[in-house]
Design a protein around this ligand. Structure first.
Ligand SMILES: [Zn+2]
Length: 382
């Protein structure tokens, strides 16, 4: 299971991302595992134990720390399949609602395999009938089931370069900073796997060193605590609910759009909570989808909603850049079908997949995933 840590910002956090023109430091809205790992490595280095870092690091899996507000049962990045009304965006009752388009789109694709449907696929707002448009970012679910977007508060600061004229241009670029602003009810929650003594070391390092960039200038201070696992339904329950809704949507749509019969088997998704770096062949080009090894079979997705992004990586603070890879964006959703002829679907193996992640550079937090994101069930606006 691992241990869930909760980080409360006590000063602005600057979580490294350098824009293409290098003129600004703009924070990410979450704390990647590699940044937490960087704080731990820095702490060991300062204690004079640099030589021991790489051996110990292999025992530690640090996932990403996602934003949450006090009182929420859990928070997740919305899948790329989440849509909202173009005219009145947002969750109900403030907006016209947010729904998930993955199951209807996947079902429609299956129907299309039988015959060209007479109507094109579209989803309109059921309040105002305007078009719907993709919506991203994080959302949280309260204990009572209410949903809300989680906006990560930002603060901007322009710092003036010191009086060394020849270097001023370069230093000036470094001092335009957008950081996460601390707020009383804002925290970041993430999972760490490893031996208990190493996990305690990570907690101590976060307290002492802080996270992200400019920690020596007061940025990156966090209060570290342990938390309960997020209260979403268990994996098996999520897969079962997903299949229930999938069949219901198929029956509804098949009445309007006669097409191919529903294939047998269990449908499930792999949803990225962080960027994923994938290659089908270790020396081949990057691809935007994962390949799963499950029950002795190699599975490729039969349905994808994804888009590309670029991922770099930095050592602690603003050290040397790591190679830039083409990656699949967080929120990417991949549909798989498990054929009943292959035997029962191995839920334990799917749970292990959630612990190990998919693709490359998982030690940096890439490829963090969830099987059957609970938001896919929301085929009606919420
Ligand atoms: Zn509307």
């Amino acid at each position: 299971m691992g241990v869930w840590l909760r980080l409360k910002p006590r000063s602005p956090l600057l979580i490294g991302r350098l824009k293409a023109d290098s003129a600004y430091l703009v924070t990410l809205p979450y704390i990647p595992g590699r940044v937490v790992r960087g704080a731990w490595a820095e702490d060991r280095r300062m204690a004079g134990n640099a030589a021991t870092i790489s051996a110990a690091a292999r025992q530690l899996q640090i996932w990403n720390f996602h934003p949450i507000r006090e009182g929420m049962a859990y928070s997740l990045p919305l899948p790329l399949s989440a849509w909202t009304c173009k005219r009145h965006p947002g969750f109900r009752p403030q907006g016209h609602g947010v729904l998930d388009s993955l199951i209807p789109r996947w079902v429609y694709r299956l129907l299309e395999e039988g015959a060209r449907p007479p109507v094109p696929f579209q989803i309109v707002c059921d309040v105002c009938e305007d078009r719907m448009t993709p919506v991203g970012g994080y959302y949280g679910v309260s204990a009572g089931g209410g949903r809300a977007r989680i906006s990560v508060p930002l603060q901007f600061q322009t710092k003036v370069a010191l009086s060394r004229p020849r270097r001023a241009a370069m230093e000036g670029m470094l001092y335009q900073v957008t950081a996460i602003a601390p707020q009383e009810d804002l925290a970041f929650v993430g999972r760490v796997h490893g031996p208990p003594n190493l996990i305690r070391e990570v907690e101590a390092a976060l307290t002492q060193v802080g996270v992200g960039a400019l920690t020596r200038r007061g940025y990156g201070q966090v209060q570290v605590g342990r938390g309960d696992p997020p209260a979403y339904p268990g994996l098996r329950e999520r897969v079962e609910q997903f299949n229930e809704i999938f069949r219901k949507v198929y029956e509804d749509l098949a009445r309007l759009v006669p097409g191919a019969p529903l294939p047998e088997g269990t449908f499930f998704t792999i949803d990225l909570l962080a960027p994923g770096v994938f290659r089908e062949d270790p020396l081949g080009p990057p691809v935007l989808w994962p390949t799963l090894e499950l029950g002795g079979r190699t599975l490729r997705p039969v349905f994808c909603i994804t888009r590309p992004t670029l991922v770099g990586g930095w050592s602690t603070a603003w050290g040397l850049p790591k190679p830039v890879d083409l990656a699949a964006s967080p929120g990417s959703a991949y549909g798989f079908r498990w054929d009943p002829g292959w035997g029962p679907l191995d839920f334990k193996a799917l749970e292990r997949l959630e612990e190990t992640g998919v693709g490359e550079r998982t030690d940096e937090g890439f490829g963090e995933l969830m099987v059957c994101h609970p938001f896919h069930l929301e085929v009606e606006p919420v």
